[in-house]
Design a protein around this ligand. Structure first.
Ligand code: HEM
Length: 541
């Protein structure tokens, strides 16, 4: 069993061997000094006082005092496991990505699942979006697909992310509620943001209370690019499909599970893997070109939209198997650092304005969360392929680089100390940014192609079975019943009238509200409300 298989040592990225405490060996200080008493501090006389000169006590307490690091600003509560990604189909005609060249290629992987709003100590069955972050340790560097279990997002532009998160997190004056969206500030915010309507419907559906991590789908959300050897790009959307099937609990079950076992999801993953019941997901892609993108009635750069599978079918290209639990929750699950900007040759970004903001955010936040630019050298974050660059020093440098005097290029030093060189190489041999055409004036105004906030929300509502529709109505009614300000409830229902009249009137009935007038479709500016910056950016003269 897992508990019998304690590793003797772990190897750091620099090749240094770090010994773990070993059973029966003499206990030492962090400096390696053997100690004789780990029960009692050094005192003057029989009954104290305790002496400040007890360096063994001071060192032990010092380290303990600094055990906690800042939790993630979002997705603080999560759990993860190791596994392998196997390529089921070569995509060598579409991307030079090393892992997709040959069927059967196996790539080590680490996955972290999470809730979004709650603190690290909150409960697993919150009604919330789930994170589904995958790190693939490819032979050409680490590729992170930092996704969610819902295929669309609340907002279209990174500018609104801090506002969205501030609205859903604890209210700053009282410090609660945590881990749930049933409060005034969240609904107030989304009631002014019609672009949130589609995702909010998904969030009120059973998707937001999954049975366990093993039964969740995952989505890359944004449109990305695959790039081939000639530098030609194909748009791609990523989908993880659980072989276990997609399953949820119902709200009453979620409430009971949270009370009885707040660790339900993490325990489920640990138990399944340690019992040899390894969860698996297919990686499916939607691949399409500019012509298809231009033919769609929405913008493929808009992260509040899905690409219908009827228009662009899914193609399964790989399989992820999680087969190893972590050895240490902190060192692996807490210290893992995912980042949307971690891509490999053959993969590239698009101009989705949410994705572009994310590419800045993750590395930036990880500096304060992990405390040093050298977090890439932690075993869980270190690439499993050669790493060579002239970045140097910084807090907590754990390596002793054998570089000689040279830490720059170009240089004229002999081959044995000259260091690495970045030279023009073919597309498949090194990362080259996709050469996209860029034109137009710099402007903040959102494009008209991002303006339809309701059509896909309506399609989602109609696609649900009567039971699923009832769950959505019940969830909206329950959540909005916790909202104290009646104007907020009215604004949400007014918005939903643009999705479906029946949906809106059932919720209004449930809340005992008179049915408000529908808000203006496509034009989120309501004349009876003061203009806010969120609205005026859409009011293009
Ligand atoms: C975590 C920012 C949108 C998925 C985080 C973290 C930040 C962040 C700062 C904490 C990272 C850390 O401490 O290591 C943003 C910003 C967004 C955005 C600025 C929009 C502009 C999204 C979207 C998705 C997503 C659209 C899904 C497609 C995740 C996941 C994590 C995460 C899964 C947790 C990663 C982990 O398990 O460590 N995000 N996020 N985020 N975000 Fe986002």
């Amino acid at each position: 069993s897992k508990s019998d298989e304690r590793p003797e040592a772990v190897v750091g990225n620099g090749g240094e061997l770090h010994q773990l405490p070993r059973n029966g060996e003499v206990m030492t200080t962090a400096q390696g000094v053997p100690i004789s008493d780990d029960q009692n501090s050094l005192k003057a006389g029989d009954r104290g006082p305790t002496l400040l000169s007890d360096q063994v006590l001071r060192e032990k307490i010092f380290h303990f005092d600094h055990e906690r690091i800042p939790e993630r600003v979002v997705h603080a509560r999560g759990y993860g496991a190791h596994g392998t990604f196997e390529t089921l189909e070569s995509l060598s005609d579409i991307t030079v990505a090393d892992l997709f060249q040959k069927k059967g290629t196996k790539t080590p992987a680490f996955v972290r699942f999470s809730t979004v709003a709650g603190r690290a100590g909150s409960f697993d069955l919150a009604r919330d979006v789930r994170g589904f972050a995958v790190k693939l340790y490819t032979q050409q560097g680490n590729w992170d697909i930092v996704g969610n279990n819902i295929p669309v997002f609340f907002i279209q532009d990174a500018m609104k992310f801090p506002d969205l998160v501030h609205s859903v997190k604890e209210e700053p004056d009282r410090g609660f509620p945590q881990a749930q969206s049933a409060h005034d500030t969240f609904w107030d915010f989304v009631s002014f943001m019609p672009e949130s309507t589609h995702m909010t419907l998904w969030q009120m559906s059973d998707r937001a209370i999954p049975r366990s991590f093993r039964f969740m789908e995952g989505f890359g959300v944004h449109t990305f690019r695959f790039v081939d050897a000639d530098g030609k790009s194909t748009f791609v959307k990523f989908h993880w499909k659980p072989k276990q099937g997609a399953q949820s609990v119902v709200w009453n079950e979620a409430v009971k599970i949270n009370g009885a076992d707040p660790d339900f999801h993490r325990r489920d993953l640990w138990d399944a893997i340690t019992a040899g019941d390894f969860p698996q997901w297919d990686l499916a892609v939607q691949l399409f070109d500019d012509e298809v993108a231009d033919s769609l009635p929405f913008d493929v750069l808009d992260p509040t939209k899905i690409i219908p599978e009827e228009d662009v079918p899914l193609r399964v290209i790989g399989r992820l198997t999680l087969d190893r639990v972590v050895d240490n929750e902190f060192a692996e699950i807490e210290q893992v650092a995912f980042c949307t900007q971690n891509i490999v040759p053959g993969v590239d970004f698009t101009n989705d304005p949410l994705l572009q903001g994310r590419n800045f955010s993750y590395l930036d936040t990880q500096l304060s969360r992990l405390g040093s630019t050298n977090f890439t050298k932690l075993p869980i974050n270190a690439p499993k392929c050669p790493v060579a660059h002239f970045q140097r020093d910084g807090h907590m440098q754990t390596e002793v680089p054998q570089t000689g005097p040279v830490a720059y290029e170009p240089n004229g030093y002999p081959d044995d100390v000259t260091g690495p060189r970045a030279e023009p190489r073919p597309q498949e041999a090194s990362f080259r940014s996709f050469e996209a055409q860029v034109e137009g004036e710099t402007r903040r105004i959102r494009p008209e192609s991002f303006a339809d906030h309701y059509s896909q929300a309506r399609v989602y509502w109609i696609s649900q079975t009567p039971v699923e529709q009832q769950h959505i109505v019940d969830a909206y009614t329950f959540e909005l019943s916790k909202v104290k300000n009646p104007q907020i409830r009215s604004r949400v229902v007014a918005n939903l009238r643009n999705v479906d009249e029946d949906l809106a009137s059932q919720i209004a009935d449930g809340l005992g509200l008179p049915l408000p007038e529908a808000s203006e479709p496509f034009a989120p500016v309501r004349t009876d409300l003061p203009a806010s910056p969120a609205l005026s950016i859409l009011a293009d003269p």
